[in-house]
Ligand binder design. Sequence first.
Ligand SMILES: Nc1nc2c(ncn2[C@@H]2O[C@H](COP(=O)(O)OP(=O)(O)OP(=O)(O)O)[C@@H](O)[C@H]2O)c(=O)[nH]1
Ligand SMILES: [Mg+2]
Length: 372
Amino acid sequence: MNTDLKCIGCGAYIQTKDKEKAGFVPASALKNDEDVLCRRCFRLKHYNETEDIELNEDDFHRMISDIRSQSGIVVHIVDLFDVDGSLLTNLPRLVGNKEIILVGNKVDLLPKSTNHRKLSQWLRGISNSAGMKVKEVLLISSTKGLGVDQLKGSIEKYRENKDVYVVGTTNVGKSTLINRLIQDTTGDRNIITTSYFPGTTLGFIEIPLDDSTAIIDTPGIVNKNQMVHFVSDQDLKVITPRREIKPRVYQLGSDQTLFLGGLIRFDIISSYDNSYICYLSNELKIHRTSLSNADDLYKKHKGKLLSPPDEETMVNFPQMKESTFKITKDYTDLVIPGLGWITIKNGPATVRVHYPEGTSVSLRESFTKDGR
Ligand SMILES: Nc1nc2c(ncn2[C@@H]2O[C@H](COP(=O)(O)OP(=O)(O)OP(=O)(O)O)[C@@H](O)[C@H]2O)c(=O)[nH]1
Ligand SMILES: [Mg+2]
């Protein structure tokens, strides 16, 4: 049976035939209630367990492309902890020519010292250079409710009585934001399913704004390069920051190595005595050693002292690749999408990074306050 009924938690069409597919509910559990929760959402909500469903990247892309033919504006959410991994530079191509409000979510994770005005300017700068024309740039925290009223104001200003599509990469906090909006209006909490697993929302979820228009939660676009796709559920908990990040500063010269768990190895090939400021989940351990000792340490302690990766992650963990970066400018960030970044305070320096094949590392100009 495939009805027009949708799961209130994830937006998947409800069906009673196939346990492996999205929207499954046992026929016996299907009552005439208006709000139905599929089995997967039920498990996520109550046990924090996820079930894999047969949807791939193309399915998610196809769903989002449906927006092209609709009228409305787009609220593009990016994760401030992972801007490089979550900014959809192909957004205009995906959703058509629509007005875009760019929202940096999870501002609560950044150190309190972060200069918000400069961060917004920086975000606008990179979206401009990606060819995206945005009406406004806002910083919010969906979990804490920061900046949400201002966002509501902007939405009303630009939507001109049209629908509002909330679009972004998976895990940036789209559903959490919409839950916050629902809570502010009706007082109901956590209506839509949210989780730290990628791919939580599986279909469009329309929440009425008035009699004729709605704000629409959409499934997240999958970015295969993000670290989240390479680690176990347990490791995902370790690498995902939940509280304000406490930057960890290392004073290092040439021939030193930092291990970020066992996921990343960061070698300093040449540098004057310099500050390396690590912005990572507070739970992710950093080990410092000499470059000459690094190979041995990794061989002996990978998956143990140097973890994550834990045993489960190790099973499918890719080979390590390495890239060398020459840093010329002060306050350059070495970014590892989904894991965080290391700010290199002074150039020049040469660093070599070992990272799992399939993920990526890159450089950017730093936006942290200390960097200005
Ligand atoms: N620290 C912090 N975490 C947040 C914030 N907003 C969302 N999260 C967390 O980010 C994770 C993903 O949130 P969701 O709302 O499920 O993200 P989504 O964009 O709807 O994800 P998909 O449905 O997979 O596309 C959850 O663990 C949330 O608690 C925020 O403002 N701050
Ligand atoms: Mg969602």
